[in-house]
Design a protein around this ligand. Structure first.
Ligand code: 13P
Length: 288
């Protein structure tokens, strides 16, 4: 199917009551693993790229070329959106130019008036090219690739103001955190999420910090309008654990076990397993 905007897949998910996973990519193996899992599960998928990961993968043009090449050569038939995660204003414009099909402009750290102004501007540039836009109100706690949030809970009135700007999907802070959740985490603020879902005109809502949220909470969040769930840390953890096991078992020292195609295979397989499990949990499998 090639690269598409996230609009259609998310509106379908919102209407039918499931969520599409955004899985952040970090390199070639990651990208291939997420695309292969999506194809095997017949699920739509969103590839998330943070600005830091974009830089690591040698720039947005390289990422676009790699993803397009893989979709073609792996014969990926499910809808795939290539999405900038937590973009700055400049980053969002750069990704629109480079050929991303979806961008997040994270203006949550600006005063609301400035967030509105900048979001509006990004929407104008993106909509002209059929690119979907995610905006954020109320910051997501924790740290991801140098972007730190205080974990402030979103104000439903501000959510409505941003949702009305013509954006495709809205991320609202509801006590969710990037990375591992602390022992004393209070859980997602379902009352606020429900209110946001009711006041934002059926816009697909985005749940960041997908790693470590209990399954029942994920399902409840979907019932209130969450249609996109972001997962990053969990894939990193399983990749690292599988690679550690391979080396601790001395497999890199046996035969040609040091060949990167062998060394990185257990981590690659571990990512595929997690992505497929999440797709089943979010109920996006067989929805492509
Ligand atoms: P986790 O790293 O907690 O899974 O969060 C991912 C995310 O929200 C990306 O924006």
């Amino acid at each position: 199917m090639g690269l598409v905007s996230a609009k259609e897949m998310l509106e379908k998910a919102r209407k039918e009551g499931y969520a599409v996973g955004q899985f952040n990519i970090n390199n070639l193996e990651w990208t291939k693993a997420v695309l292969s899992a999506a194809e095997e599960n017949k699920s739509p998928v969103i590839l998330g790229v943070s600005e830091g990961a974009g830089k690591y993968m040698v720039g947005y043009n390289t990422v676009v070329a790699m993803v397009k090449g893989m979709i073609e050569t792996l014969n990926i038939t499910v809808p795939v959106a290539l999405h900038l995660d937590h973009g700055s204003y400049e980053g969002a414009l750069a990704c629109i130019e480079a050929g991303f099909t979806s961008v997040m402009f994270d203006g949550s750290h600006y005063p609301i008036e400035e967030n509105i102004q900048k979001t509006k501007d990004i929407v104008k540039h993106a909509t002209e090219r059929g690119i979907s836009v995610e905006a954020e109100v109320g910051s997501i706690g924790g740290e991801e690739d140098g972007v730190t949030g205080t974990g402030e809970v979103a104000d439903p009135k501000e959510c409505k103001m941003i949702a009305d700007l013509g954006i495709t999907m809205l991320a609202a802070g509801i006590g969710n955190i990037h990375g591992k959740y602390p022992e004393n985490w209070q859980g997602l603020n379902m009352a606020v999420l429900k209110e946001i879902g009711e006041t934002t005109n059926e816009i697909p809502l985005v749940l960041h910090g997908g790693t470590g949220i209990p399954d029942v909470m994920v399902r409840e969040a979907i019932s209130y309008g969450v249609s996109k769930i972001n997962v990053n840390t969990e894939c990193q953890l399983v990749f690292a654990a599988a690679t550690r096991k391979y080396i601790e078992e001395g497999l890199d020292l046996k035969g040609k076990g040091f060949d990167p195609r062998k060394l990185l295979k257990p981590g690659y397989d571990a990512i595929i397993k997690v992505v497929k499990e999440k797709m089943d949990l979010f109920e996006s499998s067989f929805k492509a």
